[in-house]
Design a protein around this ligand. Structure first.
Ligand SMILES: [Fe+2]
Ligand SMILES: [Fe+2]
Length: 274
């Protein structure tokens, strides 16, 4: 199975680049399943229902979120009716929406998508390790799902690597999001789980994490807010992780990071095209 994950969409530039790239990448690489994190898609903060549907229409099978999940207040309502929109699973009980979903891929496989959030240098939240463990115990590889993808939305690479090893052999893919900066450590762990500490973002890298440079820089220099953070609008890079998964075992066979467009060095073509 051919799976592609794309990192946090930041603002209009990232959104446009992703919506343009998704159908093209799906066709070029004959992708079976595509997941995109869109926690910063609405002006840098959260997501609207219209943006979610635009991503689904473009060809995303599921959309994941993170600490910005509910920045747009409407999300508390529409997330209940949008089954393909997944927020962190370790939010407190009673939080609207769902932290995992099972979706049918183009090749017929049932893919469990889980979104979890880290606790190091982030808001206190329930334990992501135990929440993920409960989910993949209830719906495991070959006992409920053919493929399991975990988007671990976290700041610390230590926490991300620990979670990768924690589920190694029990999940198909653990991919980090939230830092908006791609790491160069994509690999297959010893148990067969594809891993990358952070997928990077779909956004303009001539920025500070996708935001116009001036205001973040001002806050570092003066400690005083002067303006709102505004998403940078220059040419965006589409960043992510491509994984080929063995249909029999649900574990990873090949893995490669994707970077396309904008100011980062491109990594296309992926291994599916010579
Ligand atoms: Fe983000
Ligand atoms: Fe985040």
């Amino acid at each position: 199975m051919r799976l592609l994950f794309l990192g946090d969409i930041v603002g209009r530039a990232g959104r446009r680049a992703a919506v343009e790239a998704i159908p093209r990448l799906r066709a070029r690489y004959k992708l079976d399943f595509l997941v995109i994190n869109a926690e910063n898609a609405a002006g840098g903060f959260g997501i609207t229902e219209a943006i979610h549907l635009e991503l689904i229409d473009a060809g995303a099978d599921a959309v994941t979120l993170g600490n910005h999940a509910f920045d747009q207040k409407d999300t508390l309502v529409f997330i209940e009716r949008q089954e393909r929109l997944i927020r962190p699973i370790n939010f407190p009980p009673g939080t609207p929406g769902r932290g995992a979903g099972l979706f049918r891929a183009k090749n017929g496989a049932d893919v469990l998508v889980i979104n979890a959030m880290g606790r190091v240098f982030m808001t206190e939240i329930d334990c992501p390790f135990r929440a993920v463990d409960r989910e993949i115990t209830a719906c495991g590889l070959k006992s409920g799902a053919d493929v399991i993808l975990i988007d671990f939305h976290a700041e610390a690479t230590s926490e991300k690597q620990a979670l990768g090893h924690f589920v190694d052999g029990r999940a198909s893919v653990v991919v980090g999001t939230h830092t908006h900066t791609p790491t160069s450590d994509e690999r297959i762990l010893s148990g067969g789980t594809a891993y990358m500490s952070d997928a990077g973002m779909c956004g303009d890298y001539n920025s500070v994490l996708g935001m116009e440079i001036d205001e973040p820089l001002n806050r570092f220099l003066t400690r005083l807010p002067r303006e709102r953070f505004e998403p940078a609008l220059g040419p965006a890079t589409v960043s992510g992780l491509a994984v080929e998964i063995d249909d029999k075992t649900g574990l990873a066979v090949r893995v490669k990071s994707l970077r396309l467009g904008g100011v980062l060095e491109p990594t296309e073509p992926l291994f599916w095209v010579d």
